[in-house]
Ligand binder design. Structure first.
Ligand code: C2E
Ligand code: CA
Ligand code: CA
Ligand code: CA
Length: 277
């Protein structure tokens, strides 16, 4: 048994810690997570619908707290954006990709990794320097990377144009992410000479339900075709969706039907199994 004074002191210490934690908002917790490197990446395979083969993967960030609990990116990415921490998050994402990729691109020369960029990243030329650094560190070619930018990030501003132009100048292709979920005008599709359109899960969900509900999805596909954009459908969960997408001319897809986000080690096993087929 502890002497009373020590026990009381300990209890007070614990109480103070819990109170501090309650008062430590999400931005402070995230800042600490960045310092303690609690963020890591999972990779979700992207397949070619013609043959089902994995041709790339999207890097998806994860935050595991010291107590083992997970904070979903839908929760902390908006906090990072609002508190000015997002560029530090992106920097760690690019460092992680460099650390994870290892011999990936040497073994699979055509493989690409999709990287999510936030609005602030698209307004800073530092992002271009970091992408360039990533290529030099990993020996990746420009075709080994794909930048995913949301509609919201692709605003028509001089800074964004400069960054997108510089990314293209490196030879890296750009995808518009979550297409159709924002409210922006469509003019940016031509302004930025984008390469890929990612069809948001909310539209993929409507496919194969009935003809009426899938009209918007089908129009998005036709528009992408007329703009000569390559397409990646996200959130594909059923064979029926995959078949419909392929019939309509969508070449690439990702979703639980094919694979969930996984560690780089699991992705390497996934690729090795594919090689053995
Ligand atoms: P997103 O870029 O649209 O990523 C796709 C999300 O759909 C991922 O959620 C993925 O796990 C999920 N998903 C993929 N296939 C399926 C499926 O078949 N069914 C269902 N129900 N979900 C599927 P996740 O990993 O939770 O990421 C959520 C969002 O957080 C991302 O949406 C993206 O906006 C953001 N995010 C994730 N990683 C990063 C990052 O490194 N940087 C930035 N800036 N944002 C990130
Ligand atoms: Ca994305
Ligand atoms: Ca998306
Ligand atoms: Ca989405």
């Amino acid at each position: 048994l502890l002497p009373f004074g020590v026990a009381a002191g300990l209890a007070l210490g614990v109480a103070a810690f819990l109170m501090a934690r309650r008062h430590m908002g999400m931005p402070a917790l995230l800042r600490r997570a960045l310092n303690k490197r609690e963020l890591f990446l999972l990779y979700q395979p992207i397949v070619d619908l013609h043959n089902g083969r994995c041709i790339g993967a999207e890097a998806l960030i994860r935050w595991r707290r010291a107590d083992g609990s997970m904070v979903p990116p839908d929760v902390f990415i908006p906090v990072a954006e609002a508190s000015g921490l997002i560029q530090r998050v992106t920097e760690q994402v690019l460092e992680r990709v460099a650390a994870d990729a290892g011999s990936l691109f040497a073994d699979y020369p055509a493989f690409h990794i999709g990287i999510n960029l936030a609005a602030a990243d698209l307004q800073s030329t530092r992002t271009v320097e970091l992408l360039d650094l990533l290529m030099r560190k990993t020996g990746a070619g420009a075709h080994n990377l794909l930048v995913e930018a949301t509609e919201r990030g692709l605003m028509d501003a001089a800074e964004v144009r400069e960054v997108i132009n510089a990314i293209h100048a490196l030879g890296i292709e750009v995808a518009v992410d979550d297409f159709g979920t924002g409210y922006s005008s469509l003019s940016y599709l031509e302004t930025f000479a984008l390469d890929y359109l990612k069809i948001d899960k909310s539209f993929v969900d409507t496919l194969a339900i009935d003809a009426a509900t899938s009209q918007v999805a089908l129009h998005i596909i036709e528009m992408a075709k007329s703009l000569k954009l390559k397409m990646i459908a996200e959130g594909v969960e059923t064979e029926a969706q995959a078949r419909l997408l392929q019939e309509r001319g969508v070449q690439f897809a990702q979703g639980w039907l094919f694979a969930r986000p996984m560690t780089m080690a699991a992705l390497r096993e996934h690729m090795a199994r594919q090689d053995a087929q």
